[in-house]
Design a protein around this ligand. Structure first.
Ligand SMILES: Nc1ncnc2c1ncn2[C@@H]1O[C@H](COP(=O)(O)OP(=O)(O)O)[C@@H](O)[C@H]1O
Ligand SMILES: [Mg+2]
Length: 269
């Protein structure tokens, strides 16, 4: 069982629990933009409620206690809840956590709150509140193509912690061209993500590939990360180990090639 108040952060030196004037607080090194986005989130989502089963939850944002420009440190209220990612990986809480995740995704889309950091690890749940955290990457108030928002920002983390049949959008919808999207040829050199480049190389692409082919590559990565239930009944979340692998061996020149081999293998290629 995971720690109830486990902090799931990419960088623990950037975000940590603390106190402020005797109150429990949370500090984070961030930008002033994030502070403004928290305030905007409060105005759009702060008085919403979500009903899940027979329970009612208020949507809450952290209260801003202090913003120190000289150290880029945000001090905010401590949100007392369990991390949704930790709840999704436990079989006993998975079903409920999945409802929270899907309801939240519906809510942000319906409120046109296109939150780039939407991910289970950025949502905490208490007995009567759902706390939304982390607005560092950005936010749109409108998107021309929902697919693009999902594809670029949220779908990989969203789908890594729920089973394919539980998703409200299918990978086949997200990783295909939108209506009038041109199937442009791209030079592999211009593909920013090293993971995508490595999988393309593993599949034998050299030089150029089409947008639709790049989307297929993204789908292969997604499929390789699809959660499943093992023969002994445990829930397996392959993304956790794959991210670990990339992070722990980030100095090794072969790590991306090894990653790409695993992705191909898990797709039976
Ligand atoms: N106000 C808060 N109260 C309690 N826990 C928090 C708060 N803000 C963040 N956390 C915890 O810290 C983790 C990291 O913070 P986050 O803002 O997501 O930063 P990042 O993901 O950029 O490292 C979150 O997943 C959450 O577990
Ligand atoms: Mg985060």
């Amino acid at each position: 069982m995971k720690e109830k108040y486990e902090v799931i952060s990419l960088d623990p030196t950037k975000a940590w629990p603390d106190t402020f004037e005797g109150m429990p607080a949370f500090k984070k090194i961030t930008t002033h933009d994030e502070v403004q986005r928290i305030q905007y989130a409060q105005s759009v989502l702060g008085n919403q409620i979500l009903i899940i089963g027979e329970r009612t939850f208020s949507i809450m944002l952290p209260e801003i206690y202090d913003w120190d420009l000289s150290t880029s440190t945000l001090t905010m209220s401590f949100c007392d809840g369990e991390n949704l990612e930790a709840m999704l990986v436990e079989p006993e809480t998975h079903e409920f956590a999945k409802e929270v995740l899907n309801s939240m995704l519906c809510l942000i889309i319906s409120k046109r709150f296109f939150w780039y950091d939407f991910a289970p690890r950025n949502i905490l749940v208490s007995a009567d509140a759902i706390y939304l955290l982390d607005f560092e990457k950005g936010l749109d108030t409108n998107v021309e193509h929902l697919k693009l928002f999902l594809r670029k920002h949220v779908f990989e983390e969203y789908s890594s912690f729920i089973f394919p049949h539980e998703r409200i959008f299918a990978a086949d919808y997200v990783y295909t061209l939108y209506d009038d999207e041109k199937d442009t040829e791209l030079s592999i050199e211009t593909v920013k993500a090293k993971r995508f480049k490595a999988v393309a190389a593993e599949l034998g692409y050299t030089g150029k590939l089409k947008t639709s082919e790049l989307l297929e590559i993204q789908k292969l990565i997604l499929i390789a990360q699809d959660p499943y239930i093992s023969e002994t009944g445990t829930f397996v979340f392959p993304r956790v180990a794959l991210v670990e692998m990339l992070e722990s061996q980030n100095r090794s020149p072969e790590v991306y090639a090894n990653y790409a081999k695993l992705i191909a293998q898990r797709n039976g290629l």
